[in-house]
Structures are given as structure tokens and as C-alpha cells.
Design a protein around this ligand. Structure first.
Ligand SMILES: [Zn+2]
Length: 378
């Protein structure tokens, strides 16, 4: 399905701009008018990370006139294998600053607006209203749902991608023109049930592929070129080297874009209640003693960061799916103390909530996870 161009053309191109964009304007599908639409366009990129790196780079090179970038992180060494908008000399700098420097180097005709903050509910609608479309490079479900709600309520399209290990997905969500993200994924998954890239790992080039594709979809929407990925999810398997697509439909009963919506504002997701925690020092004192079991809920691939011995291993996803039922039954029966750990303390907190719900008497989360235990830096 084709759509009208999202953006009206800006003023005529200058001589230097004509030279810069000559290979674009030669394409009849874009032409000089399409290039003027790009120059007048305002695109917000959420996250200056793996997906944001290529999206920002190619949107800037393509001459998108105003590019906003929102991120509250600083550059860490573990980012560099998949986030080439940042370099070695940017370590410790805010990601929006190094992204802004890079974009300015690529194209001086682009105005870049840096928002050094989290994409939060209180500013989400105002931010969305300042842009023609949003490229979502968020790496977490909370932000993804905030972006979804803000875009649908503002009536603008939302170019989404997500990546994990070797698999990528992409779609253009656009309430009123096709499904929104909530039509297909109504609610966030339970906390901890889906491993993040930090936990499961990711092929460094994969966000490059998917983020560049997001930039292509954004350019198509702005200029009204081709067939945007509205109403379908494009799936890429980098290991197999395959591309597939799954059609998806708007749901009339969608809480966000259906005929009787119940989501009328952007809200922060409810915070999970706190859980009992225990320090690494306190665990060292009781480790190996009777009546104490240490439970590791990380993925096996994370053992390289160290392990606590003795411990039992049940990955969080398996635990929540009931695969540790024998252990849970034993702990419930004996009343022994269960200390749960993961990498940094987030998944273990979810596991503790689950165990307490299941009737285990004493379950605690190791504060700071294996990082605190081994003194590793993040
Ligand atoms: Zn919907």
C-alpha cells in the first residue's frame, strides 16, 4: 500500500545541496521535490545506540533537515562493537554529544537537536508533536511502549525495530493507517521474561542492518516513495541469512487505536514493588552452609563473567515458565533460605518476586549481582 508524502517540500535546493544530493535527485522516485521534503522533515531518533547509530548516520547523510536524538546514557566500552556513531575517544561522554558531533561531520545542512534525557511519559507527547515521525531504537520495553503511545496519540508513524542475538524485526506502526504496536503486542511482557542484549548478546552488525533499514523506511514515508512496512513485520535471521515477513492487522478492540480506546494519555509503566536484597559480603558469610541455596538465573552464556559456587542454575525465563518447579517445591517444603543472583540484580529481583508469590518463605536478591560479587566493572 502506498501513502502520500508525509512532509511538504521545503524551499528550492542551493547549488551545493544539489551537488551533495545528486545521486538522490537522479532517482525519479525521489527527485528534487523529494529531496526538498527530506530537508523540511523533522525526525526524532529514540536512543543513540545500536539501531540509532546507522539510523542517525544515514538520515543525516540523506539530508533530513531536523534530526532529534534522545538518550540519557554515556558511552561504555561494551557499546563500541555495535554503535559506530561513537568511538574510543568518546568513552564516558554522553551518547547524544558524540552522536551530535558525528552527524555534524557528515552533513552541515542538518540541524541536530540533542535531548539528553530518558524518553519519559511527562515529555513524550510534547516531543512527538515536534516531529513528523519517530525512529524507535529503544533497547527496552518500557520505552518502546511509551514511544508507541506517544506516536499513536500524536497520529505520527513510528518506525520500529528490535534485535536479539542474531534476529531482527522491523515494522512501521501507524495508528489510523495500519496497526499500532499495541494491536499486535497489547501489553509489555512480564519483567525479566525476555533477555536483553546485555544478557543474551547480539551480533554487532545486526543493529547496523536493521537501523539502516529504519532510515530507509523513514525516507520512504517522508517522500511518499515505494511501499512502507505498514501492516507487516519484516523478520531477518542473520545466522540463516534469510528475510521473511508476517502480515499484521489493526485490531478494532485495540486499547490504543481501536474504536473505544482506553489509553488516552502517555503513562509511565507501573514500577515493580521492591524485594528483599542481601549484600555480597553477607552471602560470603553463609555460602555453602546448610539451609542456604544460591540460585543463578542468568543465561549459561554469561558464566564467563564468573559464578558463585555452590549454586544451582535455572535461567529466569525457564524459572518463570515453571521449569524449576521441583526446586521451588523443595524450598517451599523445607523453608530454606534462597539467595538469587543475576548479572546486576534486575532479573534476580524478578525471580525473588516469583518465588515469594509461589510460597517460598525466604528469598533474597543479591544486591548488584555477579558484578558486585566479583568486583567487575560494568
Ligand atoms: Zn492499535
Amino acid at each position: 500500500m502506498q501513502f502520500a508524502p508525509l512532509v511538504e517540500p521545503g524551499p528550492a535546493l542551493s547549488g551545493p545541496e544539489r551537488s551533495r544530493y545528486a545521486r538522490h535527485t537522479r532517482l525519479p522516485e525521489i527527485g528534487e521535490v523529494g529531496q526538498r521534503r527530506l530537508a523540511a522533515a523533522r525526525v526524532l531518533v529514540v536512543g543513540a545506540g545500536g539501531l540509532g547509530s546507522p539510523a542517525l548516520t544515514y538520515l543525516a547523510a540523506a539530508g533530513v533537515g531536523t534530526i532529534g536524538v534522545i538518550d540519557d546514557d554515556v558511552v561504555e566500552v561494551s557499546n563500541l562493537h555495535r554503535q559506530p556513531v561513537h568511538g574510543e575517544s568518546d568513552l564516558g561522554r554522553p551518547k547524544v554529544d558524540s552522536a551530535m558531533d558525528r552527524v555534524r561531520q557528515i552533513n552541515p545542512y542538518v540541524r541536530i537537536v540533542a535531548h539528553r534525557q530518558r524518553f519519559a511519559a511527562d515529555s513524550a507527547r510534547r516531543l512527538a508533536a515536534d516531529y513528523d515521525l519517530v525512529v524507535d531504537g529503544a533497547d527496552n520495553f518500557a520505552t518502546r511502549y511509551l514511544v508507541t503511545d506517544a506516536c499513536a496519540l500524536a497520529g505520527i508513524p513510528h518506525v520500529w525495530a528490535s534485535i536479539n542475538t542474531f534476529a531482527g524485526q522491523l515494522s512501521v506502526w501507524w495508528a489510523g493507517h495500519g496497526p499500532c504496536y499495541r494491536c499486535v503486542f497489547p501489553e509489555p511482557p512480564p519483567p525479566g521474561s525476555v533477555a536483553s542484549c546485555a544478557e543474551a548478546g547480539v551480533l554487532g552488525v545486526l543493529p547496523g542492518v536493521m537501523g539502516a533499514l529504519q532510515a530507509a523506511e523513514a525516507i520512504k514515508l517522508i517522500t511518499g516513495t515505494g511501499t512502507p512496512a505498514v501492516g507487516r513485520i519484516i523478520l531477518h535471521d542473520a545466522l540463516a541469512g534469510t528475510w521473511e515477513e508476517v502480515p499484521v492487522r489493526a485490531r478494532p478492540d485495540c486499547a490504543l487505536c481501536g474504536s473505544e480506546p482506553t489509553i488516552l494519555q502517555v503513562h509511565e509503566p507501573a514500577a515493580a514493588p521492591p524485594v528483599p536484597v542481601v549484600s555480597a559480603a553477607a552471602v560470603r558469610r553463609v555460602l555453602g552452609g546448610s539451609g542456604v541455596t544460591v540460585l543463578d538465573v542468568r543465561e549459561a552464556s554469561e558464566f564467563v563473567e564468573g559464578r558463585i559456587e555452590p549454586s544451582v542454575h535455572v535461567p529466569l525465563g525457564d524459572l518463570l515458565a515453571g521449569q524449576g518447579a521441583d526446586l521451588v517445591d523443595r524450598w517451599r517444603a523445607t523453608g530454606e533460605r534462597v539467595v538469587v543472583y543475576c548479572r546486576s540484580g534486575s532479573r534476580s529481583a524478578d525471580a525473588v518476586r516469583y518465588l515469594l508469590d509461589e510460597g517460598v518463605d525466604v528469598a533474597e536478591s543479591l544486591d548488584g549481582g555477579i558484578i558486585a560479587w566479583t568486583g567487575l566493572s560494568v
